[in-house]
Every structure is written in structure tokens, then in C-alpha cells.
Design a protein around this ligand. Sequence first.
Ligand SMILES: [Zn+2]
Length: 99
Amino acid sequence: MAIDLHKLTQHDQGEDCPVCHTQQMVRGALIPAAAAWEVSEELPRFSVALHGAAELLGVMLGEGVAREEIDAALAKLLDDIGRGIGEDEVMGGPPQGNA
Ligand SMILES: [Zn+2]
């Protein structure tokens, strides 16, 4: 049973892109739930976020996915997210210099 992480990180251009669908689910439900859980358990901010992410990825390790593949997929996703944050700042923030 090969788990293809590359496929899991590739958007398809259709209406029902599974990557976009998953991202929307996580943003709409999982992120607020993790934040609420941190507050209700009086845990430091991002405790559940960080350990939740690591533990979920650890399940993949346990299923035999190579650590290098997980690292590479995570790096790509974080790069994409980082770019998205940069774009949001460009659109919402003040002009950055005059070059
Ligand atoms: Zn997509």
C-alpha cells in the first residue's frame, strides 16, 4: 500500500479539488477546535496545533511512510502557506517601498 504524498499535495484544477476541500475543512473546523481546546485546557497557545500536527504525521510514520517524504511534503505545504501569508500582507498592508 503505497501512500503517494505528492498526489496528496497537488491541486487538481477541477471544482472538487481534494486539496482545497481538505484545507477548507481544516481552516473551518480543525483550527478553531484546536484553539478552543488550548484555551479550555489552559494549555499554551499552539500546543494542540503543534502536537496535533506532529502526532497526526506520526501516524503516517507508523503506517510506514518515509520520514523524508513527510518532511518534503510538509516543507512544500508550509512554503505554500507562507507564500499565501505574504500575498495577504501585500494585498492588505501598506505599500512596501517604491522599487
Ligand atoms: Zn485545490
